[in-house]
Design a protein around this ligand. Structure first.
Ligand code: ADP
Ligand code: MG
Length: 238
């Protein structure tokens, strides 16, 4: 099966279980949003898919391949963090191309791909600036560009918009949705923001304290919540 699959995944930190027996299938091309309150385990789940955190038990499969014991760069994924994590001394161009250089790609090919991504994200005029010379929204675009340029089959986003102001967040939501439609790639997107989940997702996974509460379309999660927790979390005004 293409896409991402978690089979009986359990996670404990220093003997304390935070995720218990998680089973989840993420279809190829889905925009899957992991939605839940702070501390429920969203980042832990995403980091296990990325290979940044080991699973305590169970297995993770990407495009039909068991990746449970593979390094992040062997998993055909790219991740975008809330903190952007750009290299401060490098230009935008080098920030975006760095991962390709590490893989041994030739200069001309890197330049070509960085130019394409710059075009797509409308950051071409910024390519020779340093991250410190960019606004928060522009830095976020560069972080997304760094993931896009690697052309993985799965993109992982951990609360990528939470450091942006409300107006920019709304704009970026629209852009992310367009990007997904254009690329047709699988996206796994973590947020605690119901509006983001409802507007972006093709499928929503509602999480609470280490467990999956509901997996459904945004509309069904909203109209037919599986339990009280989902009803109060999705329905509650912020
Ligand atoms: P979320 O992203 O939903 O806010 P996290 O995945 O960061 O939640 O955290 C889930 C739980 O695991 C929390 O109780 C948190 O304190 C705990 N946790 C996360 N990372 C670590 C860690 N590196 N060491 C110990 N406990 C952790
Ligand atoms: Mg988190």
């Amino acid at each position: 099966m293409n896409g991402v699959e978690l089979r009986n995944v359990t996670k404990a930190y220093a003997g304390l279980t935070v995720m218990e027996d998680i089973n989840l299938e993420i279809a190829d091309g889905d925009f899957l949003v992991l939605l839940g309150p702070s501390g429920c385990g969203k980042s832990t789940l995403l980091n296990m898919i990325a290979g940044l955190e080991p699973t305590t038990d169970g297995s993770i499969h990407i495009n039909g391949r068991d990746v449970t014991s593979l390094e992040p760069d062997e998993r055909d994924i790219a991740m975008v963090f809330q903190s952007y994590a750009l290299y401060p001394t490098m230009s935008v161009r080098r920030n975006i191309g760095f991962g390709l250089k590490m893989r041994g790609m030739l200069r001309d090919e890197i330049d070509k791909r960085v130019a394409e991504v710059g075009d797509l994200l409308q950051i071409t005029p910024l390519l020779d600036r340093k991250p410190s010379q960019l606004s928060g929204g522009q830095q976020q675009r560069v972080a997304i560009g760094r993931a896009l340029v690697r052309e993985p089959s799965v993109f992982l986003f951990d609360e990528p918009l939470s450091n942006l102001d409300a107006k920019l967040r709304a704009d970026m939501r629209i852009e992310l949705k367009r990007l997904h439609e254009r690329l047709g790639r699988t996206i796994v997107y973590v947020t605690h923001d119901q509006i983001e989940a409802m507007t972006l997702a093709t499928k929503v996974v509602v999480l609470d304290k280490g467990g999956i509460q509901q997996v459904d379309t945004p509309e069904n999660v909203y109209r037919r919540p599986a339990n009280r927790f989902v009803a109060s979390f999705v329905g509650a005004p912020t």
